[in-house]
Design a binder for this molecule. Sequence first.
Ligand code: ADP
Ligand code: MG
Length: 253
Amino acid sequence: MQKTIISVKNLVKKYGDFEAVKGISFDVYEGEIFGLLGPNGAGKSTTLEIIETLREKTSGEVVVDGFNLDTAPNDIKKLIGVQLQTSGYYPGLNLTELIQLFSGLYNRDIDPLKLLDTVNLRDKAKSKYKELSGGQKQRFSIATTLINEPKIIFLDEPTTGLDPQARRNLWDLIREIRAKGTTVIITTHYMDEAEILCDRVAIVDAGKIIASNTPDHLIDDLVATGFERPKEVKKANLEDVFIHLTGKALREE
Ligand code: ADP
Ligand code: MG
């Protein structure tokens, strides 16, 4: 039996008259990679930010590791890792100094080089954030979620805009973080990514969850309706060709 670490019940968020989240319910299990999938405007970021205590909900119940969002938001804050807004990355500071600054905010004593090692950025310790490539920026951003040694991290579209090599590199990193016991909630538009990375997903559309299960189950359910892909599926796709030709090595360094 899996332990539920996040429980969301009938969550509603209104922006004025507009209902962006329309009473969604889902559970996230401890130690899993859970994906919130959905088109732009579906309400994914709103939902994440409410759980992260960064946005007020309109109604509904959110419980994180036994702490109710209404009564114990500060306890929730202590056990989650949130990607900080890039506006907090003071342009004059290098990565080491930024980590020192953030650890101070969290009241933690973190060795910046050790943390940079976990995201493969030790050699950029003296670089400024703006000097990093897209993939390196994302890896640094993920590093900042780990500063307070959280039980759960939230990643909102971490691979958007990355090349295939950097995307794969980030998948490995997310798997490593999970392997250490951290629960991961991720949003993505890439279904190949969700299929490979997520243990379970919820598909959100216009503020409602329209399906939720393991990727495997959802695919089997669709196939059971008689659905078939229009073309016979080849044993490789163009991305396989690209990776085969260009290799898996990261290009940014
Ligand atoms: P997603 O992350 O799935 O793309 P969002 O949660 O960002 O979706 O947004 C859901 C809906 O709520 C969108 O229609 C968006 O325009 C609207 N929305 C988001 N933030 C605000 C806000 N601060 N004020 C008004 N409407 C908002
Ligand atoms: Mg979003």
